[in-house]
Design a protein around this ligand. Structure first.
Ligand SMILES: Cc1cc2nc3c(=O)[nH]c(=O)nc-3n(C[C@H](O)[C@H](O)[C@H](O)COP(=O)(O)OP(=O)(O)OC[C@H]3O[C@@H](n4cnc5c(N)ncnc54)[C@H](O)[C@@H]3O)c2cc1C
Length: 475
């Protein structure tokens, strides 16, 4: 019988960061009165905070108000994620399909630059977010996943992407980096990094406060009007009137009419073990690589400097058809499955306890790509839809949204992710029913493949339905 830790409310990352005085910071009480600003930002995740940062980089005199619903910025996915920091190179085939070769490469290069720029920002600000650029290794963990990366590598090679961006490793080379019995061959992206996500979020929060951004936490926005001027009302009676607004609401944007058909929230969960550095050494995983597998509902895992493993998966059905309820932060069924998978992957860790578990919502789009744009009145800009891959791309989002908010056109606002029409999902109840059915089929397919079997034709057909319908989702 597996014991799993209770819901601590916050991710282990956030609790770890808050235990350090340099990240604990001063509280930012809720907004309860009327105020004005040049730019009002809704949402205190990476998108909202990087936007504030880059607005001030471009115009240090800009007066910014940031409203965060939770009691602390970074309490959402930005302080709950796996900490894998990369761009969108893995989506290069999708980018080519939608934008053609040149624009696809432009997006991939722009997004990847954020990895180095985040590293440089952390250095410059003196924020220790455990940034480790040891590569991202994606591994086949079942025969059905063998060589799954070949089309990606072939496309990169056709596009003339530099040798060394993707490096194929045989099973021996994979297991020399991390020796787990289920590991087969894999694909290394040496230039990717991992970091402590909540330390990045809280480091950003501190840097913004130091620069004079007025942050109000515990201030959920109840409604806003596009104006002009933009008018934003919080649940507790605060009102902000501003020239421009920016939405960095992640999955919560799905409750707004403008995005109801284009964003689906979906849960993903992480467990973290006690420290066991000697076990990491035993399996040879001392290089700091971020690891994942090639399952459709992928598993992702990385180590921490004190010798823990954080192990996550996107296989949960929570979120689909149930809105943004508490199960997206903690779902016992998903977590029990995750713990079973963890010990199957790392049997030599069976006596190492799981210390914490949590989840969060991904903001899934039909294109599997983020979108940036402007609502019809021209006063409110949005950035969302990172679909589980926003740690690096939210930094690019901050550059795009800061330019849009200040009315600047540049190489970021000309990227094809800007003003891109979002693919629409079917209306309810079709959307929830369809999503639940395909999700179940994907899990069945993945589980059959984990056992070394092939899923039946009906399961495969249903799992592939989203792609047949033109979405970049599923197998
Ligand atoms: C468990 C998990 C693991 C992940 N792992 C990775 C990974 O390893 N690598 C990677 O690249 N990506 C990962 N992601 C995705 C990544 O975390 C997100 O793409 C990224 O954090 C999105 O940032 P954001 O600022 O756009 O949105 P969020 O971080 O979701 O921030 C939105 C904020 O808006 C606030 N808000 C909501 N409603 C309101 C309101 N009405 N008023 C005011 N504020 C409001 C929320 O409280 C939240 O703080 C993961 C996500 C999850 C959930």
């Amino acid at each position: 019988m597996t014991t799993i830790p209770p819901d601590h409310g916050r991710s282990w990352w956030l609790r770890e960061a808050l235990a350090q005085p340099e990240f604990a910071g001063d509280p930012c009480p809720p907004l309860t009165s009327d105020t004005t600003a040049d730019v009002v930002i809704l949402g205190g995740g990476y998108t909202g905070m990087w936007t504030a940062w880059f607005v001030l980089e471009r115009d240090p005199s800009c007066d910014i108000v940031l409203l965060e619903a939770d009691e602390l910025c970074g309490s959402g996915p930005s302080g709950r994620n796996g900490g894998f920091c990369y761009g969108v190179w893995e989506d290069i085939e999708t980018l080519v399909r939608f934008f053609g070769d040149d624009d696809a490469l432009r997006v991939a290069h722009a997004a990847h630059r954020s990895v180095s720029e985040i590293e440089a920002w952390l250095d410059a600000q003196g924020v220790d977010a455990w940034f480790t650029r040891a590569g991202h290794l994606t591994i086949a963990t079942a025969p059905a996943q063998d060589g799954a990366w070949e089309p990606l590598v072939a496309e990169a090679s056709r596009l003339g992407v530099a040798d060394g961006r993707f490096v194929e490793l045989d099973a021996g080379a994979v297991r020399a980096r991390c020796d787990a019995p289920v590991f087969r061959s894999g694909l290394l992206q040496p230039d990717n990094a991992v970091l402590q996500p909540a330390r990045l979020a809280l480091g950003l929060r501190e840097a913004l406060l130091a620069r004079g951004v007025r942050i109000y936490e515990g201030s959920p926005v109840a409604r806003f009007a596009q104006g002009p001027p933009v008018r934003v009302e919080t649940r507790d009676g605060g009102v902000v009137t501003a020239e421009r607004g920016v939405l960095g609401l992640g999955a919560w944007a799905s409750s707004l009419p403008a995005f109801r058909r284009s964003i689906v929230p979906r849960g993903t969960y992480i467990v973290v073990t006690e420290p066991a550095p000697e076990r990491l050494a035993q399996i040879g995983w001392t290089g700091g690589e971020g690891l994942a597998d090639w399952r459709t509902a992928l598993r992702y895992f990385r180590a921490t400097p004190d010798g823990r493993i954080a192990f996550g998966a996107a296989s949960a059905a929570a979120g689909i058809g149930v809105g943004l309820g508490p199960r997206l932060r903690y779902d016992e069924r998903s977590i029990v499955k995750l713990v079973d998978d963890f010990y199957r992957f790392f049997p030599s860790w069976r006596d190492v306890a799981i210390e914490a578990a949590w989840g969060g919502p991904m903001d899934v789009t039909g294109r599997h790509l983020p979108s940036f744009g402007t609502l019809p009145a021209g006063t409110i800009h949005y950035g969302l839809g990172y679909t589980g891959g926003g740690v690096g791309p939210c930094h690019l989002g901050g550059k795009v949204l800061s330019a849009l908010a200040l009315g600047i056109s540049d190489e970021h606002t000309s990227l094809p992710l800007v003003d891109l029409e979002m693919l629409r999902f079917p209306p309810e109840p079709l959307r929830s029913v369809g999503a639940a059915l395909t999700q179940r089929a994907i899990v069945r397919k993945d589980e059959a493949e984990d056992r070394g079997q092939r899923a039946g034709p009906l399961t495969t057909l249903v799992a592939k339905m989203p792609r047949r319908m033109g979405y970049e989702l599923g197998p």
